[in-house]
Design a protein around this ligand. Structure first.
Ligand code: AMP
Length: 279
């Protein structure tokens, strides 16, 4: 596996690969890699010739400095995991390699950045679009792989690609879960064993929503799920919404398919998110 830390050296190498007509697949991450990230690498390997994984803890997408400071950064073990995977290239730039001093810009995301996660984490999706745009500009991938785990992020990036007419194919990969149902996340390492058990309420709530969906109205499902989550000690529900799968606007009518149920909750001070497509 080749490792690059500068945009110039990475793009020099990829220009050579493109001249050989190689298909470039990009998997952007913030590191602390788990099986969810590795599933994206695997998918990228199936669909491209050169798999580029980036590890960059992007400061502009953190609105809470405490969250940024304690974000796990086990770079040595990440490199080992990537070496044992189908990853061909690791890009791990410094902050000054990706941002200039005082840099500030926003794009209009059709309101997608001010609802759900965006409402609770103001500026988060502007940070996400900034770094993903820079990665797309540097790597110029044919395909980019993102997890359904961050459903709203996928819609935000689709909007970025649409607005800038970026010639990249976006591929959404399924959520990888622990055996007990908890969606894998780099933040799960902060959960104690007891909190891990409490956190299972998120995936259980989504399973219940799937069961209730065919037989109840949407407001009934929302009420029942909110009650279900609030019964669990140590879990603070931030939102449970049933939304249009593209605009992420809340819906009350089941005919507006595809629909997605999204949940966010704090467990022991750790924010967790999860979602399921409703069919
Ligand atoms: P992150 O490092 O959290 O920024 O995530 C990098 C990529 O991995 C994003 O596209 C995430 O959606 C994806 N990802 C994170 N957790 C999972 C998971 N449990 N299953 C599938 N993809 C995931």
């Amino acid at each position: 596996m080749k490792i690059f830390t500068t945009r110039a050296t990475l793009s020099g190498y990829l220009t050579e690969q493109k001249s050989l007509r190689k298909i470039i697949g990009l998997v952007p991450t913030m590191g602390a890699l788990h099986a969810g990230h590795l599933s994206l690498i695997e998918q990228a390997h199936k669909e491209s010739d050169v798999v580029v994984c980036s590890i960059f803890v992007n400061p502009t997408q953190f609105n809470d400095p405490g969250d940024l400071a304690k974000y796990p950064r086990p770079i040595e073990s990440d490199i080992k995991k990537l070496e044992n995977s189908e990853c061909d290239v690791l890009f791990m730039p410094s902050v000054s390699e990706m941002y200039s001093e005082g840099e500030e810009w926003n794009i209009s995301l059709n309101g997608l950045d001010s609802i759900l996660e965006g409402k609770i984490r103001p500026g988060h999706y502007q940070g996400v679009t900034q770094i993903v745009k820079k990665l797309f500009d540097t790597v110029m991938p044919d395909k980019a792989f993102f997890g359904q785990k961050d459903y709203q992020q996928v819609q935000v990036i689709a909007e970025l690609v649409r607005q800038y007419q970026i010639p990249v194919q976006l591929i959404t990969c399924p959520i990888v879960r622990e055996a007990d149902g908890l969606a894998m996340s780099s933040r799960n390492v902060h959960l104690s064993a007891a909190e891990h058990q409490q956190a299972l309420v998120l995936s259980r709530a989504l399973n219940l929503a799937q069961q209730l969906f065919p037989v109840k109205t949407i407001p009934e499902v929302k009420d029942e799920i909110s009650r279900f989550v609030k019964q669990t000690d140590g879990v603070e529900l931030e939102y449970f919404e049933i939304c249009d799968g593209k605009t992420l606007q809340p819906v009350t009518d089941k005919d507006d398919e595809p629909l997605v149920a999204l949940i966010a909750a704090k467990v022991g001070g750790i924010r967790l998110i999860d979602n399921v497509i409703l069919e």
